[in-house]
Design a protein. Structure first.
Lengths: 158, 759
């Protein structure tokens, strides 16, 4: 089936099997491999992408359901080579080790702070509780997201 | 060392992060090759059975399926050799790389399907019909110990291996002791669970007779040699390539059946083949860990001085002895007493085969389990003898004056029959922990019921043996752009190896960090390497880089002296230039034309480093729900010397939270038929962002290791060690009014509820 959507600001058109989920479509058909698959049953959150502003597990959404949507992946968070304030804060706080869950953490946090730039630590923890990380123990991730709030508060969009 | 010490000891931001943060990491699942086929693996649905027939007719009829590989296609089916402790007798229990006529655990590979896409390969797997004659499964180690149903009939036993650790004369100590107590404890089966599932991409170059395998991790050189032998190729014709690796924790990177099956498939069909594990198969295919129980006695003087420990530990090893499967059993025996002075000890550790997924190492293998057993027993003794928990430990910690302190002798011990704690002041770390934790103040809450919740605090101590030999390799090469290429035999599994090695090289060479490029983990760079296990990379790999950098500087001096017609003593190295006393100078970049290169290896003669520390926890227990809330957790560890405080802190906090997963929730539950009941992440719970918000870690560098030139000690596994015992003791303290004795993990809400509400 043919599906058309906006990916990281650009229109894409792709022919997919009806059973293909969005994550496989992004990774295998569109070669955007920043979105990772850690469980393929909607628990680990590594495949989280932003669809029409909401954080979505791309392993639980069929590619054909993205028709007409605006999709942002980790590759689309920064428009140039520089890190965004959120990415910079992750690096500063050592909020990643192996880096496998990181794309999902970033997209989830980005969707949260875009909507709620004043989110407190408890709210951030709750929003990230659907993203599993095995390396960091989450504490530096929460610190990084807290620090990145300032950038979202100023401009709404970093 | 020239230049100032700018990087070692500084919180240098990681070089790896720049690609990970932008989605530009290259994990094996991100790679593809022209003409690549996808593999899916049919795994045994039975825990124990005779494999009578595999009907692949329907699978071959599935659109997109190109081949089905079973034992019949492979012919002589190899078994996986032990990487560590290949002791006599173990050859009877090695895993064949595919089931031949018998299946011994749910998840054992039976067939490999190759197809045009992963989805079609899975369709093909679903179309294979298996005829298995069910046999009674050996469901647990007690059934195994009866030896009436055998996994390997020809061996006549289910006993995989038994170890014994001895010091002094335990029986004599128990005869004379004023106080003796015997208890049983149990740790559940759980697993490392790295977030990236395993994967491999194999390419066969038929014209050259060369095999290349991407997706290697942890020990690529050992695995290269193993694969080459299995494929009948020279090791020089096999390369294992390490890409970005999404977490290891001991489990990823060992040689698994797929490490043969996927390369074999690529050669068999003459096309590249990629296999990416899904999470369900991960939970039955990757090494499990930790499952052990014990019956142990402690003997003390009335003043709490420990005189002896003796008893038996049993390990449920699963269906085969895998590459490193004997590490937890051997370590459970030798490290049972941890940081405590126990003059008389006799501990046996018996590893038994069962019809479950084979067990291997997981961060602090054996040490986490032993610490739980030992800390619980010491706490019970302290309670009986009416001695304060902290005082009981202080009294029995190995003292600085006793260093180096010899640990119990292990038989059969492999390369480490004997080992000794190298340096440190264990009491100093305990006192620091107690002070920072505000122990005295928090103890006032001990056992108190406040707002419907019982409060409990506990403290525990640990040692972290690290740096297994024999050696590690490195090559440093001056490049024509003035950078230095550093090739290391160490492997990266997500721990920040590139940054740490670059820090050591840059400081030693006196050049900026961005002039160092680190290459790691692939067999194409160096002739030999030893990899990432036993928290050894910074110790051995770092020391190899340090010594290689010093040797490279000598070559730079010599090359500069030759250019200027002077002696090496006249050469001064400043920044990245070599200057002779008359003022002439030459840049490193120019000197690169001389082909300056150093190959080096650092050997430690199996002298381990022992980082050590103490941890304290404050919990509340809700007797109505059995929920335990962790209000505060602190770990203090002396690591000898800190290379990067940022990554070190990450190891400590991450290790604690993994330990808390094991203490509270993670559990691989099997039914009596050997079926795994927790085969998804919805059933197998690990900590999430809301579970443990109050974890703190302090790193000390007061007592460097004498065994390496950097003075570093392994620091990736210390923080996880005491977590189980510490949490159980805190819960016991909270529920002391009802006499709760949490002697089994995990402390899940139902278990804690039962402890809080004794019938």
């Amino acid at each position: 089936m043919r599906v058309m959507f906006q990916l990281n600001g650009k229109p894409v058109e792709v022919d997919v099997e009806p059973r293909m989920h969005l994550a496989d479509c992004l990774r295998d058909e569109l070669r955007q491999t920043g979105t990772h698959l850690g469980c393929e049953h909607g628990v680990c959150g590594a495949c989280t992408v932003v669809v029409d502003g909401a954080a979505v597990r791309s392993c639980l959404m069929l590619a054909v359901q993205a028709e007409g949507c605006t999709v942002v992946t980790v590759e689309g968070l920064s428009t140039d080579d520089a890190l965004t304030p959120l990415q910079t804060a992750f690096r500063k706080h050592h909020a990643l080790q192996c880096g496998f869950c990181t794309p999902g953490m970033l997209t989830t946090a980005h969707a949260l702070l875009t909507e709620e730039p004043d989110a407190d630590a408890d709210r951030i923890r709750a929003a990230l509780s659907g993203n599993l990380c095995r390396c960091t123990g989450y504490i530096p991730i929460v610190e990084a997201v807290l620090e990145a709030r300032a950038a979202y508060q100023k401009t709404d969009k970093p | 060392m020239i230049g100032t010490n700018r990087y070692i000891g500084s919180p240098v931001e990681r070089v790896e992060d720049l690609r990970f943060l932008r989605g530009r990491g290259e994990f094996v699942g991100d790679l593809r090759r022209e003409g690549m086929l996808h593999a899916a693996i049919l795994r045994s649905p039975s825990a124990h059975g005779r494999l009578r027939r595999i009907d692949t007719t329907a699978a071959y009829a599935t659109p997109g399926v190109r081949a089905v590989i079973t034992a019949a296609e492979i012919g002589a089916v190899p078994t996986i050799p032990l990487r560590l402790l290949p002791l006599p007798g173990t050859e009877r229990f090695l895993q064949p790389i595919i089931a031949v006529d018998r299946v011994r655990y749910v998840g054992e590979p039976v067939a490999v399907v190759l197809a045009d896409s992963a989805a079609l390969a899975e369709d093909g797997v679903g179309a294979i019909a298996l005829d298995i004659e069910e046999l009674s499964p050996v469901a647990d180690r007690r059934a195994s110990g009866r030896h009436d149903i055998l996994l390997f009939e020809e061996s006549g036993t289910n006993l995989a291996m038994a170890f014994i650790a001895v010091s002094g004369d335990a029986d004599a100590a128990f005869r004379e002791a004023a106080y003796v107590r015997r208890e049983c404890f149990q740790v559940q089966r759980y697993t490392a669970l790295p977030m990236e599932p395993r994967g491999l991409l194999a390419e066969w170059d038929g014209a050259q007779g060369r095999m290349t395998v991407l997706g290697a991790a942890k020990v690529p050189f050992f695995n290269r040699d193993t694969l080459a032998a299995m494929l009948g190729l020279a090791p020089t014709h096999v390369d294992l390539i390490e890409n970005d690796v999404g977490g290891g924790f001991g489990a990823r990177g060992e040689f698994y059946p797929e490490d043969f099956l996927i390369p074999f498939a690529a050669r068999h069909i003459g096309r590249p083949v990629r296999w990416i594990e899904d999470r369900r198969e991960h939970l039955t295919a990757m090494n499990h860990a930790r499952e052990a129980d014990c019956e142990i006695e402690i003997a003390c003087r009335q003043d709490g001085t420990i005189l002896g420990l003796r008893g038996e530990v049993f390990i449920d090893l699963g269906a085969y002895v895998r590459t490193n499967g004997l590490i937890a059993p051997r370590t459970l025996a030798q490290f049972f007493s941890g940081p405590y002075r126990v003059p008389n000890m006799r501990i046996t550790a018996t590893a038994l085969l069962t019809n479950k997924t084979p067990a291997g190492t997981y961060r602090a293998p054996g040490r986490y389990e032993a610490s739980f057993f030992c800390e619980r027993l010491i706490e019970l003794a302290a309670g009986d003898l009416a001695i304060d928990s902290a005082e009981m430990r202080r009294r029995n910690l190995i003292s600085a004056a006793e260093m180096p302190y010899k640990l119990p002798r292990l038989e059969p011990g492999g390369p480490m029959v004997d080992t000794e704690c190298d340096s440190g002041d264990y009491g100093e770390a305990l006192d620091r922990c107690l002070a920072e934790f505000d122990w005295a103040e928090k103890c006032k809450l001990q056992g108190q019921l406040i707002d419907g919740r019982y409060h409990g605090v506990a403290v525990a101590c640990f040692i972290e043996g690290a740096g297994a030999g024999p050696k590690e390799t490195a090559r440093l090469e001056l490049a024509s752009d003035g950078t230095v290429a550093v090739y290391v035999g160490s492997a990266a599994v997500g721990q920040g190896l590139e940054t740490v090695m670059a820090q050591i090289a840059a400081d030693t060479l006196g050049i900026p960090l961005d002039r160092v490029r680190v290459f790691h983990g692939s067999t194409s760079y160096l002739e030999e390497g030893y990899g990432a296990f036993h928290s050894r990379s910074t110790i051995l790999g770092g020391s190899a880089v340090f010594e290689g950098a010093r040797a490279l500087l000598e070559k730079v001096r010599a090359a500069a002296a030759a250019r200027f017609g002077g002696s090496t003593e006249e050469i001064e190295l400043v920044d990245d230039r070599a200057r002779i006393s008359d003022g002439r100078s030459v840049s490193f970049a120019e000197l690169a034309a001389d082909g300056l290169r150093v190959d080096t290896a650092f050997a430690n003669n199996n002298k381990l480093t022992y980082a050590y520390g103490s941890a304290a926890a404050h919990v509340t227990v809700d007797p109505g729900t059995g929920r335990v809330e962790l209000l505060d957790y602190l770990v203090v560890e002396d690591v000898g010397r800190i290379v990067n405080p940022l990554t070190l802190h990450g190891q400590a906090i991450g290790g604690v939270v993994q330990g808390l997963g094991g203490a509270f929730m993670e559990n691989l539950v099997y039914d009596g038929n050997g079926q795994l009941l927790t085969g998804s992440l919805a059933d197998y719970l690990i900590p999430t962002a809301t579970d443990f918000p109050a974890i703190h870690a302090i790193a000390l560098e007061n007592h460097p290791s004498p065994s390496n030139p950097l003075g570093v000690k392994g620091a990736g596994e210390g923080a996880i060690i005491p977590v189980g015992g510490l949490i159980a003791n805190a819960v016991a303290a909270a529920l002391s009014s009802v006499g709760a004795e949490p002697n089994e993990l995990p402390l899940s809400p139902p278990r804690v509820w039962r402890l809080a509400n004794p019938s």
